[in-house]
Design a protein around this ligand. Structure first.
Ligand code: ATP
Ligand code: MN
Length: 466
């Protein structure tokens, strides 16, 4: 008789007992005595494993060992789903048949015991998804990605795919990864003796994108409200717990939005995402709260329940200057805020998420709309507890002459961005948008401490093994 396979999640939620079931997954632990063996099976559908009870008459321990029913083995279990006698679970499976697909040698399988450090697990990125911690992180990551699309779809935004290989350097930032098919040995040179990218695959120098924003603006000027959600790449050598060389960014861009609208959207969006995780990922969040960060659930609920504090950069500088705390980097109007300053504002002063606006133009990108005073731009950074900057955005300069002026001042060549300027020549309109670093969001929601632990295969300086 054939039984349909159930997921562990479905079985644990099932009210229908005393029926034949089939489950497939990986053995997390096997323990017991000469009368009975308990096998915990996890299939990734939930943080919880299902307890399989194997009676020693049918399944003596020696037989289980010989067949490889050990930690890490992939198995199929047939049996009867029954109410559990023991503590810790409501249902369990009385095994009638155990099949091993693939054993895992107990002497060499690295996940033999619990309690490995996160640093060690990073070195076995091919196996760490099988731990409770990474299972929880990866399910949360999925839920948040899904919620991003859900939110935008429900609110009339269109998902646009912006290029990953780009011929433009979005923010004038130098730290990009070059994409080339020119030979490593003796590449063609131009008259100045430099590599001649005119002879490269695309007929020009190309890089991996650092942001989809500029192309997002193209789409917003036609579809109204759009967003991108894709990988971005930065070759900056920032070996921090908040930076990756390859990360995913969510970038909405909206025609006819000003800075106010942009802030309202960012706040509503972030709250929606956190609320979604609180509702849909309770078990995983409970696990992470218990094991990593006792304050996690409280902090998430707090973000959902409270208004973000909004103030200007200038007001923030005043607060920081009169702060009792000594900072490593001094604060003065015109300097970029360091993460110690951001975290002081969020964690000590306001004790809630903060949106800083109207930064000095010299520390922000060329495309941000100039304020009337000519000194500041309509920028906004959203700062989160434990994270610092989670969102950076702005209202964009829609005036052609002002934009050209800013590009000149910041040495952004016009000929590379003629199409971007065309958006200001033909049917220009006020518009705004922002970038949310997806891993910074996952970091916040999972309560993990290092961004390398919230993406399956982290890319950072000197690391691209998996
Ligand atoms: P930071 O000052 O923290 O380095 P940024 O100002 O360079 O960030 P933006 O260019 O404004 O970042 O990018 C938008 C968002 O993308 C940031 O608010 C952040 O959430 C995320 N982000 C930026 N750089 C990285 C990175 N190297 N790794 C992961 N996320 C990043
Ligand atoms: Mn930024």
């Amino acid at each position: 008789m054939s039984v349909r396979r159930s997921s562990v999640a479905a079985l644990l939620a099932s009210q229908e007992l005393d029926r034949e079931v089939l489950v497939k997954g990986w053995v997390r632990t096997r323990r017991g005595n000469k009368f009975v063996q308990f096998i915990a099976v996890n299939d990734g559908s939930t943080i919880h494993s299902i307890q399989v009870v194997a009676n020693a008459e049918t399944f003596p321990e020696e037989k289980l060992k010989a067949e490889g029913v050990e930690n890490g083995a992939a198995v199929a279990i047939r049996g009867t789903l029954v109410a559990s006698q023991g503590k810790g679970q409501t249902v369990e499976i009385q095994a009638t048949d155990i099949e091993v697909y693939g054993a895992a040698d107990t002497t060499t399988y690295p996940l033999q015991k619990k309690g490995h450090t996160l640093e060690f697990l990073r070195e076995i990125a091919h196996l760490r998804p099988r731990t409770n911690t990474f299972g929880a992180v990866l399910r949360l990551r999925h839920a948040l990605a899904f919620a991003v699309h859900q939110y935008f779809n429900d609110n009339g935004f269109f998902y646009v795919h912006t290029p990953i290989i780009t011929g433009s350097d979005a923010e004038g930032a130098g730290q990009m990864f070059r994409v080339t098919t020119l030979p490593e040995q003796n590449p063609p040179l131009n008259e100045a003796g430099q590599v001649d990218y005119g002879q490269d695959f695309f007929g020009k120098a190309t890089n991996l994108t650092v942001s989809g924003q500029l192309e997002g603006e193209i789409a917003a000027m036609a579809l109204g409200k759009v967003y991108t959600f894709g990988p971005t790449f930065r070759a900056e050598n920032s070996n921090t717990a908040r930076h990756l060389a390859e990360f995913w960014m969510i970038e909405p861009e909206m025609a006819f939005y000003d800075l106010q609208d942009n802030m309202d959207l960012a706040e509503d969006f972030l709250k929606y995402l956190v609320r979604y995780a609180l509702e849909k990922c309770q078990d995983d969040l409970k696990f992470l709260t218990e094991h990593y960060d006792k304050e996690l659930l409280t902090r998430l609920q707090f973000v959902v329940d409270n208004d973000f504090q909004r103030l200007t950069y200038t007001e923030a500088v005043d607060i920081l200057k009169s702060a009792k705390q000594k900072f490593e980097f001094p604060v003065d109007w015109g300097t970029d805020l360091q993460s110690e300053h951001e975290r002081y504002l969020v964690e000590k002063h306001f004790k809630k998420p903060v949106i800083l606006t109207n930064y000095p133009k010299d520390i922000k990108a060329f495309y941000m709309k100039l304020d009337e005073d000519g000194r500041t731009v309509r920028a906004m950074d959203v700062l989160f507890p434990g994270i610092g900057e989670i969102i950076g955005g702005s209202q964009r300069e829609e005036n052609l002459e002002k934009l050209q002026q800013r590009m000149q001042e910041m040495h952004v060549p016009e000929e590379d961005l003629w199409w971007y300027l065309d958006l200001r020549r033909f049917g220009s309109a006020p518009h705004a948008g922002f970038g949310l670093g997806f891993e910074r969001l996952v970091l916040f929601v999972t309560g993990m401490a290092n961004i390398r632990d919230v993406i399956p295969f982290p890319r950072f300086p000197r690391s691209a093994e998996f």
